[in-house]
Design a protein around this ligand. Structure first.
Ligand SMILES: O=C(O)CCC(=O)C(=O)O
Length: 256
């Protein structure tokens, strides 16, 4: 009879097996000397509600939501990574790509470069969503993720994170995991509840003439949302308090 420790080890391995994608290798970017081989990584155990497929709610297949799945202590730990490191977010969209556009986004950001545990916390959700939604994209790596802080008046207008196309592949031979790959899946995790406004919206759901489920407009603390990067989305202005989120982009070879 295996002892408790051995049983837990086996359960973890089984969970990892269930969550991993066959024949796919998940590697992080390591531009700042940070390294993690996700194949060697035990996904952290999570508590929380079961995932909700938005296609069941909406008759579509835009996103997968894991409601309140990241424990509040973990959310707080991620927020604390930003202490003393916040920088104004900039989106470069002018014709020559040199000028930041200030009507696109108002928020501050911090890059997560060395904290391996953050990636251990999130990657299994991308893998599970990729399977559950039956996107089954070939995902091979994750870009450095970003913590975002929106104070009152902060927002992020309608945008797409990437098209998964050849046109936008990373051209950076120094970063083996990213080079030649394109963004295919995006993830946002809301890290706190103490704010008003700051709804997360997906445009396709509006266009279909359906009302967003309140849970999607207002994502609760610890909720993980995974969606194809080509889906248009936004964060509405925060009207009270401060909203924190963690955002990650998963990459792989461009769609054919
Ligand atoms: O803060 C969020 O929840 C999402 C931010 C976002 O859309 C992005 O960074 O691309």
């Amino acid at each position: 009879m295996p002892n408790r420790q051995e049983r837990r080890r086996q359960e973890r391995l089984e969970k990892k097996r269930r969550n991993s994608l066959p024949n796919q290798r998940w590697e992080p970017t390591k531009p700042q000397g940070w390294g993690m081989d996700l194949e060697q990584t035990e996904p952290q155990e999570q508590s929380g509600d079961a995932s909700t497929r938005l296609d069941e709610l909406q008759g579509q297949n835009e996103a997968i939501m894991f409601r309140k799945i990241i424990p509040p202590e973990t959310c707080q730990r991620i927020i604390k990574l930003g202490d003393g490191r916040w920088n104004q977010a900039e989106t470069f969209g002018s014709r020559d790509g040199s000028r930041p556009l200030d009507n696109v986004r108002k928020s501050e950001i911090v890059w997560v470069t060395t904290e391996q545990w953050v990636y251990e916390t999130i990657w299994a959700f991308a893998a599970a969503a990729n399977e559950q939604a039956e996107w089954k994209y070939n995902i091979t790596a994750v870009e450095n993720c970003q913590i975002t802080r929106y104070t009152k008046g902060g927002f992020y207008s309608w945008h797409k994170d990437g098209m998964g196309s050849h046109k936008e592949i990373h051209n950076n031979p120094a970063s083996k995991p990213l080079h030649g790959n394109a963004r295919k899946l995006s993830m946002t995790i809301v890290l706190n509840d103490e704010f008003e406004g700051g709804d997360f919206e997906i445009s396709g759901l509006y266009r279909a003439g359906t009302q967003l489920e309140p849970e999607l407009g207002r994502l609760e603390e610890g909720t993980v949302l995974v969606f194809p990067s080509y889906i248009e989305h936004r964060v509405t202005p925060v009207t009270k308090g401060t909203r924190y989120s963690l955002v990650a982009w998963f990459v792989g070879p461009p769609f054919i």
